[in-house]
Design a protein around this ligand. Structure first.
Ligand code: 1HE
Length: 261
């Protein structure tokens, strides 16, 4: 047996999940998806936040093309649905996920990154959707998640023209929330994950699960759901303690973060 395809470790409350197939540029095979699913499940059970990153020079080259060409149409559907299920456990699961991006963040690699809650890219990162050139289509939730981040117009452009976004363009077009110097993405992602891990778990759960659903609702329904969630979180024992700490001036002050680096 060789090295695990995905490595897992726990640093305090933060789980580190590392795509570990650098010789294939962390291309995502069926086995990688299952290894990732196991790590996400473990992190969700024992950590308060998690970081996903990639070994080697690239975050991920996306779908394992070599494996994909062997699949029948229905096997392709089942494969795509499995990606959806696993990425849903990231985006609408139990804990916040932060992606640390560098090098290629391409195709299914970008779909994976788009399922996390905060994306940090270093300046070596680049983003592309070469599905059009390969004669295929996004199948790992990109038509929903990536389109929502960068807009349908920009995603259409990338898919039709093979355009590659630099890290700076990725930030400008909303693919990433933080841009850092080469090699600094993992440390920044860990720092952000530690901060998120310090929030009340119920608030994090509401952010992860209520916020995206509210975006899909009509305004009247959305505002109603917001009121229910707001009251549910505010009346929890942890909220009572945290609100009391603020009133008694025991809570940490707000810190202005500046450029985000
Ligand atoms: C792969 C893959 C892969 C590399 N599947 N084996 N994704 C793509 O169309 C991107 C394809 N990959 C690339 O464009 C480049 O590999 C990179 C820009 C990411 C990196 O370039 P480089 O020069 O560092 O590496 P390389 O020499 O191209 O590749 C090194 C090895 O990784 C080589 O294998 P080797 O046995 O010849 O050493 C490559 O074949 C292998 N490799 N990428 C399989 N993707 C759910 S739907 C999602 C749809 C998509 O994701 S479409 C986008 C697919």
């Amino acid at each position: 047996m060789g090295e695990p395809l995905v490595l897992y470790s726990l640093e305090g409350d933060v789980a580190l999940i590392r795509l570990n197939r650098p010789e294939k540029r962390n291309a995502i095979s069926d086995a990688v998806i299952e290894a990732l699913a196991a790590c996400v499940a473990r992190a969700s059970a024992e950590a308060k936040a998690a970081v996903i990153h990639g070994a080697g020079e690239h975050f991920s080259a996306g779908l394992d093309i070599v494996e994909h060409v062997e699949k029948s149409p229905i096997e392709g559907v089942h494969g795509s649905r499995r990606w959806h299920a696993v990425f849903d456990t990231i985006q609408r699961g139990a804990i916040p996920f932060v992606a640390a991006l560098h090098g290629a963040v391409v195709g299914g690699g970008l779909e994976l990154a788009a399922s996390t809650h905060i994306r940090v890219a270093d300046r070596t990162a680049f983003f592309a959707l070469p599905e059009g050139q390969r004669g295929i289509f996004v199948g790992g939730s990109g038509s929903v998640r990536i389109a929502r981040l960068m807009t349908v117009a920009r995603m259409t452009d990338l898919m039709l023209t093979g355009r590659v976004f630099t890290a700076e363009e990725g930030e400008r077009y909303n693919l990433v929330q933080y841009l850092v110097e080469p090699g600094a993405a993992l440390d920044k992602a860990k720092a952000l994950a530690r901060i998120a891990a310090g929030n009340a778990p119920l608030s994090n759960y509401a952010v992860i699960n209520a916020l995206p659903r509210i975006q899909d609702m009509a305004q009247d329904d959305a505002l109603f759901v917001e009121s229910i969630i707001a009251s549910f979180t505010a009346t929890s024992p942890e909220a009572a303690e945290r609100l009391k700490a603020f009133i008694e001036k025991r809570a940490a002050r707000l810190a202005v973060a500046g450029s985000g680096e």
